[in-house]
Design a protein around this ligand. Structure first.
Ligand code: ADP
Length: 750
């Protein structure tokens, strides 16, 4: 170990040398480390030029700003690096912060294999010297920064933007080419001037600028040009000032101000694809559409006859001008003169609204409306003189051209009505309108009195001053007319009643007849079946075949009769539903459904029955429900040759939905609308489909679903298959309950 007494001098001398010679802060620090090493017999010096990581001794040292000493490293030292140093064979350690004015540059770590070398005195002395060195280093650091800034500045200084180097008080030190051009002076001339010679700028404004605030100023010689100055401080005395000519922006602002406030023209900018990129603020006021709505959209989409206009604009050189109709999607049609100026990459449109035409068209629309109205409308001026009237008024009051210009009060039947009309108009003048005014008016030809209920509306001009009134009259029904109306209503009610009875009688008749047919058919079926069993002696093949036909046909007949009976019952609307809790599991297990599944298998079709787990039990008539299932599944089987039939049951809101899907022939769009009608069977070509039954099945099924307050429909793809679906509410609605207690009025005979 070197003598510690001589060490401070050597250290100080060495440190000053380093401070002079070293080039970078890092260089300063590592040389300082080397110096310590040789002066104090330190074994290792580690220089770190960065903030230490969280929780390290470096971070701790930098944060406290004081040296950290551990004179007896062990495996219990506070920081993990210290333990590592111990493991590497070092006995003591000192970490010095290298910082100036609170700004840290890093740390120097001194490590020794000897015990206890970093005494309090040494630590303090080293701290002082390191402060000295790091002070030097930070000066170097600043110099470094200035150097690189100057290099950057040289590069950017010759850019197209006018730039100046200026001293604190505004004296110009240097100007770039662009600034020389802008102010029409050479470098030398400019360098003898101050900012105040070039710009109309006060000394306060200059100090504000040097303080970092942007300042706007007119040019001293070109007062029509406005510049924006921004400054960057380079060092204590030198500033870099960027000059921006903002005159074009100001001009544009002034122009758009005019555009935004124009009362005659709307300005729109388009890109070359015709998309709106900008619109003047008055768009909303003039064209009744917000510019935010149209920006980004294709301009020509708002133009009537857009293809022709687009073409004309496209083929015009420079300027297009023409009359077009606009509709900006708000259903207001606006005729206007359109001028399009084509520039590079941009089209400017000027829309000059044709206000006269616009207002005329509005007026015409209004007149059309008035003339079409069933109410009798008379327009009067503010003194009550008739200006115009619509067709209804003409008819009701027998008004003619002669009446224009006469007073409306003269049309009142008596003084009392006249007074009421006058005071009502006064109320309309202050309130805008008044309704339910009862006045007796006169039929002008026959002087017959017409009792009227009137609404009077004040008409105002754009300043809200009342300029006239609309008097809308509805004739009150006279006593005779009231009687007539009552009579008509009674007659209608009687007719309806009669029709209802007739239709009920018809239903009853069909029902009875069908019912009576059941007995003979049963007999025919019974006896033909008996004959087929050879009970009446053996049959020849021909006889057997014919009797089989009799049996099959009578069975079909029976089916038809049964369905007709069912339809008659259902459409009477007073069928009794046997509501119970229904489990879909039970339906699947039902013999009719089982046998359909079998029929499916026999035809080589796959049968799937899928019930979602979430499907609850429902309240319904189980037998009727099975009827619906059977109809849909048997139809599906009938009209499917290969593939599968799938029944899917799932919850849909407050209902359960059933889809019966087949992979059969499908149903055309036209047929889909008619398929639920009674007796409707589809004709495909001229030949009726094979397998078709009575054409009643679906209408019965739908009726049953309706009686449960559900709905039924289908989707289908011709040639690919159909899905018939229906829904049944989980709990029935009230309607069902009342129905449940209604006795069928059609008495079944057993
Ligand atoms: P039908 O007793 O004649 O089957 P429906 O009312 O049940 O009477 O059916 C009417 C017609 O609808 C049938 O004749 C048939 O043409 C058509 N149809 C019904 N279901 C299907 C289906 N799944 N695929 C194709 N056509 C069908």
């Amino acid at each position: 170990m070197a003598s510690q007494d001589a060490a401070p001098d050597k250290l100080l001398l060495g440190a000053m040398g380093i401070a002079k010679e070293a080039q970078t802060p890092k260089d300063v620090m590592s040389r300082f480390g080397e110096l310590l090493k040789s002066t104090y017999g330190i074994d290792q010096v580690i220089v770190k030029d960065k903030q230490g990581q969280l929780g390290t001794v470096d971070e701790f040292t930098i944060n406290t700003g004081k040296p950290y000493v551990d004179n007896s490293l062990s495996s219990y030292s506070t920081f993990s690096e210290l333990i590592r140093y111990y493991n590497e064979g070092f006995k003591c350690c000192m970490v010095l912060p290298i910082a100036k004015e609170g700004k840290s540059f890093g740390t120097v770590t001194l490590l020794s294999r000897n015990d206890q070398i970093f005494t309090q005195g040494l630590a303090e002395m080293l701290w002082v010297v390191s402060g000295l060195v790091s002070g030097e280093a930070s000066v170097k650091f600043e110099k470094d920064k200035s150097l690189s800034l100057a290099r950057y500045f040289d590069a950017s200084f010759n850019s197209v933007l006018p730039q100046l180097l200026v001293e604190q008080k505004g004296a110009i030190v240097k100007a770039n080419k662009s600034a020389m051009n802008q102010f029409d002076r050479n470098q030398k001339e400019l360098a003898n001037e101050s900012l105040a010679d070039v710009f109309d700028i006060s000394s306060e404004e200059i100090s504000r600028l040097m303080g970092g605030m942007p300042v706007s100023a007119y040019g001293r010689e070109s007062r029509d040009r406005m510049f924006e100055l921004t400054s960057n401080r380079i060092n204590d005395s030198l500033f870099h000032v960027l000059v921006r000519d903002v005159s074009p922006i100001r001009e544009a602002k002034a122009k758009t101000f005019l555009m935004d406030n124009s009362d005659v023209e709307v300005f729109i900018a388009l890109d070359l694809n015709g998309r709106i990129t900008w619109a003047s603020e008055n768009m909303e006021r003039m064209l009744k559409v917000s510019k935010d709505v149209v920006i980004g959209k294709s301009f020509f989409d708002f133009v009537e006859n857009q293809h022709a206009v687009r073409e004309q604009v496209g083929s015009s050189k420079g300027t297009y001008s023409g009359h077009v109709s606009f509709n900006f999607g708000n259903d207001i049609e606006i005729g206007a003169k359109l001028t399009v100026l084509k520039g590079d990459g941009l089209m400017s449109c000027i829309i000059s609204t044709d206000y006269d035409r616009f207002i005329k068209s509005l007026e015409k629309n209004f007149d059309d409306l008035v003339s079409l109205s069933n109410e009798s409308i008379i327009r009067v001026d503010k003194s009550g003189y008739i200006l115009s009237f619509n067709k209804s008024a003409e008819r009701l009051f027998r008004l003619g051209k002669d009446n224009v210009g006469t007073q409306i009060y003269a049309m009142c039947a008596e003084k009392e009505s006249q007074d009421r009309l006058t005071s009502s108009m006064a109320i309309a003048r202050s309130n805008g309108f008044i309704s339910d005014v009862f006045v007796n008016m006169l039929d002008l030809s026959g002087s017959q009195s017409i009792p009227c209920q009137q609404t009077i509306k004040a008409i105002t001009d754009e300043k809200d001053a009342v300029v006239g009134y609309l008097v809308v009259s509805r004739e009150l029904l006279t006593k005779r007319e009231l009687e007539q109306a009552r009579e008509d209503r009674n007659r209608l009610a009687r007719d309806v009643e009669k029709l209802k009875t007739e239709s009920e009688l018809k239903s009853q008749f069909i029902y009875n007849i069908s019912h009576d047919l059941k007995t003979p058919i049963t007999n025919i079926m019974g006896f033909s079946k008996l004959m087929l069993t050879d009970d009446f002696g053996p049959l020849t093949k021909e006889q057997r075949d014919n009797i089989s036909i009799i049996y099959d046909e009578s069975e079909r007949f029976m089916q038809l009769v049964k369905q007709i009976l069912d339809v008659a019952k259902l459409s009477s609307g007073i069928v009794k539903m046997d509501l119970q809790t229904v489990k879909f599991k039970d339906i699947e297990e039902n013999p009719s459904i089982k046998s359909l599944a079998e029929a499916c298998a026999n035809k080589g079709l796959e049968f799937r029955w899928i019930v979602d787990q979430e499907v609850p039990d429902i309240t319904a008539d189980p037998n009727r429900l099975i009827q619906v299932f059977s109809n849909l599944i048997s139809n599906a089987i009938k009209f499917t040759e290969k593939g599968s039939i799938t029944v899917k049951v799932y919850r849909k809101g407050r209902s359960v939905r059933v889809d019966v899907t087949d992979t059969g022939i499908g149903i055309s769009k036209e047929d889909r609308t008619k398929i639920f009608k009674k007796f409707y069977q589809l004709k495909r070509g001229l030949v009726q489909q094979k397998g078709a039954g009575t054409g009643l099945g679906l209408s019965i099924a739908k009726e049953v679903v309706n009686l449960h307050s559900g709905s039924m429909s289908l989707v289908s793809d011709v040639g690919k298959g159909s899905t018939f679906w229906f829904t049944i509410p989980i709990t029935p609605k009230m309607k069902k309950k009342t129905m449940q207690y209604n006795r069928s009025e059609i008495q079944e005979q057993h």
